[in-house]
Design a binder for this molecule. Structure first.
Ligand code: TPP
Ligand code: MG
Length: 564
């Protein structure tokens, strides 16, 4: 059979494999270690290669592209320096359960283990960061290992895989055929599991559902909402996963992120049954492991997760179901609803608390730039298919608390808490879904970590609108400092560039906003400009979160110290 196949280089086989797996877009920073792959891409115009400015940005782009499209994000980077820069995105994909295929150039096989130029043992480097790492030492095995890479990335709990490609292997020529496309493999809930779930639910008085994790399709989101609505079960979302359930539905009751509403936390504590679907019950979801008893949660816990390893981790559920989200959602949507559930008032109260939280808290005497009013305006202005990306930092409390999400709109944020995510994710989302409004929320700290990818946006025609919350500090850490060491500010003050001049230097639309009423016109101009845009918001440093001010924090910490 092989006699009829053309001789292809390892690099050409890599690209033939990308094609066979249906890859349409890949993100890269070039390197001499994988020239053969780049050259093969020259002949593959159906794969759009996005040239990025730093591998950290490129990796976040690949990760966000995967979140938006549901397809694995493909990233190409060079040996040690490229892989080291990219590692933040690999870690984020791991924590966020995002499928990603990372191709890393490697030194030639005969140089390995000499600490050759830029050599790193990628198996060791990525072992705690990636779902799977391998090195392709024989060109004839490219189809097999590429196939395995895609298969592992998308199946079960999705995650990032890394393939190291020695540069001399990429030059070897072999007559083998590419393989693909991948087929994601997910478990289904069994009939007995579903019957037990319904029995436990029917016996509950105060149930609450918690949805989160990765690999939710639009259809799975719609199905899980039908299930919740049919039995009137309140639903909250885990950190930065608010787009799983339409926030305008009466069953939606808030998000259990880092700035979760105290009323929601109290409600979960008061619940007698928690049905957690897709989310890991990790540190943030369990509010630093305080929501449930360890290992036996003092309430009925039903945990549904794509990976068997997550079930029974820390907490021992009464019922553990290993299932993909689409498979689970379809199965429960078909269950008989609980007739006139006892918890109607419980659900109504939870929703009323959530709706009350949409009213901005009274924090200070009318700041010139009132972020609560800006967010309220955006909530009404953004279309249903808007994509919101978020960096990590205290500013993210504003969109998390006040915006509402629904499919096909999306909320893309790093549950890993990685700063630098906001801009590249917005660029990738805009490339993956051109024509949609994409708004990227960043702090002044996170923005300057990867803001250079605005250049990528301009070059590739992406049109994200980046909002930079300029408070002159690493606000989150300053908040922790004021709590623990009031008045002792160190390492958290920032001196910023002129963001307006910076926007213009990139060729982006730019605006600087100091007052509430300036926001709407600037936003509309940014949309109309059909270019990437940076809107810098001059934020009063007092506005440290949506719920408290910096001086209130300091006063409380000082009072606590005096008492102690
Ligand atoms: C890559 C990375 N480095 C450091 C941190 C620790 N960290 C978390 S939030 C934060 C400050 C964020 O500052 P900024 O982006 O200005 O947002 P703000 O909190 O001021 O709104 C820091 C330094 C992190 N999460 N990620
Ligand atoms: Mg800041």
């Amino acid at each position: 059979m092989t006699a009829n196949l053309p001789l292809l280089s390892g690099g050409q086989l890599v690209v033939a494999s990308l094609r066979a797996h249906g890859v349409e877009m890949a993100f890269s920073v070039a390197g001499e270690s994988y020239l053969e792959v780049l050259d093969a891409l020259f002949d593959a115009p159906e794969i759009r290669l996005i040239t990025c400015r730093q591998e950290g940005g490129a990796a976040f782009m690949a990760e966000a592209y995967a979140k938006v499209t549901g397809k694995p994000g493909v990233l190409l980077v060079t040996r040690g320096p490229g892989a080291c820069n990219a590692s933040i995105g690999v870690h984020t994909a791991f924590q966020d359960s995002t499928p990603m295929v990372v191709l890393v150039g490697q030194v030639a096989r005969h140089q390995i283990d000499r600490e050759a130029f830029q050599e790193v043992d990628f198996r060791r480097m990525f072992s705690p960061l990636a779902k799977w790492v391998a090195q392709v030492d024989m060109a004839e095995r490219v189809p097999e290992l590429m196939n395995q890479a895609f298969q592992v990335a998308v199946s079960g709990r999705p995650g990032p895989v890394v393939l190291a490609l020695p540069e001399d292997m990429l030059r070897d020529r072999r007559a083998v055929a590419a393989s693909g496309p991948y087929r994601a493999v997910h478990a289904h809930p069994g009939a007995a599991d579903l019957a037990e779930l319904r029995r436990l639910l029917a016996a509950a008085e105060r149930p609450i559902m918690l949805v989160g994790g990765g690999s939710w399709t639009d259809a799975a989101c719609a199905a899980i909402a039908r299930f919740a609505v049919a039995s009137d079960i309140p639903v909250c979302c885990s950190f930065r996963r608010q787009d799983i359930v339409d926030n305008r539905l009466p069953v939606f009751v808030g998000d259990l992120g880092t700035g979760a509403a105290p009323s929601l936390v109290a409600r979960i504590k008061a619940a007698d049954l928690v049905l957690a679907v897709g989310a890991r019950i990790g540190e943030i979801t369990s509010q630093s492991y305080t929501l449930f008893g360890i290992p036996d949660p003092d309430k009925t816990l039903i945990h549904v997760h794509a990976a068997a390893e997550e079930l029974g981790r820390v907490f021992r559920p009464n019922l553990a179901i290993q299932s993909g989200m689409a498979e689970f959602a379809a199965a429960v949507a078909a269950l008989d609803p609980i007739p006139s559930p006892r918890w109607a008032a419980w659900r109504r109260e939870a929703r009323a608390e959530y709706e009350a939280g949409l009213q901005p808290s009274k924090l200070a005497d009318s700041p010139a730039l009132d972020l609560g009013r800006v967010m309220t305006w955006l909530r009404e202005r953004l279309p249903d298919d808007a994509i919101v990306t978020s960096d990590a930092g205290n500013f993210s409390g504003w969109p998390n608390r006040f915006l509402q999400y629904r499919r096909p709109g999306r909320q893309l944020g790093p549950t890993s808490g990685a700063m630098g995510y906001g801009v590249p994710a917005a660029v990738a989302a805009s490339l993956a879904r051109p024509g949609r409004i994409v708004v990227g929320f960043c702090g002044d700290g996170g923005f300057l970590m990867t803001g250079q990818e605005i250049a990528t946006a301009l070059a590739a025609g992406a049109t994200p609108i980046i909002l930079v919350f300029d408070n002159g500090m690493y606000g989150t850490i300053r908040m922790h400092q004021e709590r623990r060491f009031p008045g002792r500010v160190v390492g958290t003050a920032l001196m910023n560039p002129d963001f307006l001049a910076l926007a213009r230097a990139y060729g982006a639309y730019g605006a600087r906003i100091a007052r509430t009423e300036e926001f709407a016109p600037a936003f509309e101009e940014a949309v109309a400009s059909r270019r990437a845009a940076i809107i810098a918001l001059q934020v009063d440093p007092e506005m440290i979160s949506t719920r408290t001010t910096l001086s209130a924090l300091r006063r409380a910490a000082e009072a606590a110290k005096e008492k102690a």
